[in-house]
Design a protein around this ligand. Structure first.
Ligand SMILES: [Fe+2]
Length: 474
């Protein structure tokens, strides 16, 4: 069955061009001339996604996005733009748009966007299937409690699943596969050999000679044979191919003193299948995440470029913050969050008008109140991106003061997230030492004195000490 894509634009020329291009790519492409007509067509789906213009009579594209999300929150909406307007882009992102298609249309761009939509949909379905399966496992566990063997088997499959579910890196997954297999097949030697795509041979991770593929391996068949190098302990050499989406990616080689039972082979097959699914998800997820992150980073660069006097501010604050983070012995996860939150800490300033943001004279109280909204604005921009929940929180509180006189929440002391306290100090130091049109930046010595003066009032005293001790390296 062909996938359907709903095209919404008030310009009949654009509508028909886009519909023709999509039909050429093998999609069915019904059209609507405005938001109202599009809402009427939503029930005649399912649609792969909706492509919509923004400026339209009767109902604008932004209002349409809200209606679509109320109808089906997972429905991807791609916004058609004449040229990339930052305000429109932000509004559309906040309303839930997943991407932008710019005019004039290029077939390659359309293909890329639709491939991305399909991948995202696949991830959603995969995650749903995963959740359903997990629920099923729990149900079965209760029902067959009295059948000892079955219950044990399920428990051990669940245990296998749990061992790999939360791992994020490919290397950790491979290590877990080796560990779990050794535990399941006691007294066996286990090693994972990745496939060298060029030579079509298996790479020996211990540095030895690459191994030839054996017949049937490419189709996923388990190969068992007598170990030619055996001195008696490990008489058998068994190879479990590791496949992702039907393609060979490597093999798990097991040396053992015995032939395995069917139930043991099934467990290894289950472990490898789960690992393959997990690796696929990680790859897709990392791709999407990188994509979102690079869009946000370009927004931060546009922001820095908007005010020539603060150019590179985000970059310097990021570098100062991460150096501080290292000396504060943050975990690797916290360092990653700090890097992203510091890069994007002022992203909310995209919502502050030029007349206030770029004003060279003193700001009025009303104008300062507008500036003070940027931490909340920034957090609201990042909030829809679920994997960035931590960063949202850090960005929202980067202007709190240790004595509780900061904004937006007036948090006091350790109520303020640690990473926000780090960024607050780095941000203030960079602001003090940078030149502005109406004043010259402070010398480093003066700035240190100022930071020291504000220790315990504006800044966290411990972070201040670490900063002053290590400033020469920053
Ligand atoms: Fe800020």
């Amino acid at each position: 069955m062909q996938d359907k894509i709903l095209v919404v634009d008030d310009d009949p020329g654009i509508r028909s061009t886009l519909a023709e291009l999509l039909e050429g790519l093998g999609y069915e492409a019904p059209t609507a001339s405005d938001g109202l007509e599009a809402v009427g067509l939503l029930d005649s789906g399912p649609y792969l996604c909706v492509l919509t213009d923004i400026m339209m009579p009767n109902m604008t594209g932004l209002e349409l996005i809200k209606k679509i999300k109320a109808h089906d929150v997972s429905m991807p909406v791609i916004v058609i733009t004449g040229y990339a307007s930052l305000e429109i882009a932000i509004d559309a992102m906040k309303s839930g748009a997943s991407d932008f298609l710019s005019k004039p249309f290029k077939i390659k761009q359309i293909e890329l966007i639709l491939n991305k939509v399909k991948r995202e949909k696949q991830i959603l379905e995969e995650n749903k299937r995963f959740a359903d399966e997990l629920q099923l496992h729990r149900l079965i566990d209760n029902l067959v409690g009295q059948i000892e063997d079955k219950s044990q088997e399920i428990t051990s499959l669940q245990a296998i699943s749990e061992r790999i579910t939360n791992l994020k890196g490919i290397r950790d997954l491979v290590a877990a596969v080796e560990d779990v297999t050794s535990e399941l097949l006691d007294d066996s030697e286990v090693c994972f050999y990745p496939l060298n795509r060029k030579t079509e041979k298996l790479i020996n991770p211990n540095g030895g000679k690459e191994l030839d593929l054996e017949d049937g391996m490419i189709n996923g068949n388990v190969i068992s044979r007598i170990n030619p190098d055996s001195s008696g302990i490990h008489a058998y050499d068994i190879t479990f191919p590791f496949m992702i989406e039907g393609q060979l990616f490597g093999a798990l080689k097991v040396l053992s003193h015995r032939i395995f039972e069917d139930s043991e082979n099934d467990k290894i097959a289950y472990l490898l299948q789960r690992t393959a699914e997990r690796m696929e998800n990680i790859a897709l997820y990392e791709g999407l995440y990188e994509n979102i992150l690079s869009t946000l980073k370009s927004m931060a660069m546009i922001l820095d470029a908007r005010d020539p006097h603060t150019s590179q501010h985000s970059t310097r604050v990021t570098s100062l913050s991460t150096t501080l983070g290292k000396h504060l012995d943050l975990t690797e996860d916290d360092m990653d969050i700090l890097y992203i939150a510091a890069s994007l800490h002022d992203i909310g300033k995209v919502g502050i008008p030029d007349s206030i943001l770029l004003k060279t004279g003193k700001l009025t109280n009303e104008e300062f109140d507008v500036i003070k909204k940027h931490p909340d604005l920034g957090a609201d921009i990042i909030k829809p991106i679920t994997p960035m929940l931590n960063e949202t929180y850090i960005i929202r509180h980067h202007h709190e003061r240790y004595d509780g006189k900061g904004y937006p929440a007036g948090l006091i002391g350790e109520e303020i997230p640690l990473l926000s306290r780090i960024i607050a100090l780095a941000d203030a130091f960079d602001a003090m030492t940078s030149d502005r049109p109406y004043r010259k930046g402070l010398s480093f010595d003066k700035a240190f004195q100022e930071i020291l003066r504000c220790k315990g009032t504006q800044f966290d005293p411990d972070i201040t000490d670490v900063f002053l001790e290590h400033i020469s390296e920053m």
